[in-house]
Design a binder for this molecule. Structure first.
Ligand code: DX5
Ligand code: ZN
Length: 223
């Protein structure tokens, strides 16, 4: 299971320091929650901040950008240019998802699709051959620290089956990522459902313990 730390609940005034703390704890993915104040009711950061993080952290970490933005068709290349390795696109926010995923992959960047809790799994199944990752939201996007929505189980299990079938038929492997309310108390269950990549925000960045100590608790829950 890849753990992708979401920096939303980290110290935003010291973002590079917070990211470095995660890297030093052994995490090699960074989940970057890009919010535009329109698609979701919150505003975070965009390409200039991501570019600055890339320069501060070097080439090592995998930058996994979760784009909670309208009009990603117009702006996605700025995120590739800023140093992102993966771009995940909400199916609810674009008109021509297949075209966009194909274009992202053609630039050598990983392409993911994201499903809000109320969005049917079918939208992701239609584009599965074009995806490197499917991200299932287990909270309504916009804020860190929300409670996990357990009804996503059926969606995850359906995607697990579809991805396994695609791989068995010689197709592309696809990471199955979950985002929202993931903590040490539910992560083993998510692994059993077939999740391969878990975004963890407030479960890693909080005032109870260091990132390294929180990660150790998560890893022991997974054993
Ligand atoms: C929500 C974001 C998540 C979130 C994760 O819109 O996409 O990445 O910040 O934070 P926790 O783990 O605190 O739910
Ligand atoms: Zn996210």
């Amino acid at each position: 299971m890849i753990i992708a730390p979401s920096i939303l609940t980290a110290d935003l005034a010291g973002l590079a320091v917070a990211c470095q703390e995660a890297v030093d704890a052994g995490l090699d993915w960074l989940h970057l929650d890009v919010m535009d104040g329109n698609f979701v009711p919150n505003l975070t950061f965009g390409p200039p901040v991501i570019k600055a993080l890339r320069s501060a952290l070097g080439d090592g970490p995998t930058f996994d950008a979760h784009l909670m933005i309208d009009n990603a068709e117009d702006s996605w290349e700025q995120y590739v240019d800023a140093g992102c390795d993966h771009l995940s696109i909400h199916v609810e926010a674009v008109s021509h998802l297949h075209r966009l995923l194909t274009a992202i992959r053609a630039r050598g960047c990983g392409a993911g699709v994201v499903l809000n809790p109320a969005t049917s799994v079918e939208a992701a199944l239609e584009v599965l051959p074009e995806c490197d990752m499917v991200l299932v939201m287990s909270v309504n996007p916009g804020f860190g620290g929300q409670s996990f929505i357990p009804t996503v189980e059926a969606k995850i299990r359906r995607l697990r089956e579809a991805i396994d079938a695609q791989v068995a038929a010689g197709g592309r492997p696809v990471q199955l990522q979950i985002d929202g309310g993931v903590k040490s108390h539910n992560i083993a269950m998510l692994s059993e459902w077939g999740v391969t990549n878990a975004v963890v925000g407030s479960g890693l960045f909080n005032d109870q313990a260091t990132v390294a100590d929180n990660l150790a608790t998560i890893n022991s829950a997974l054993q």
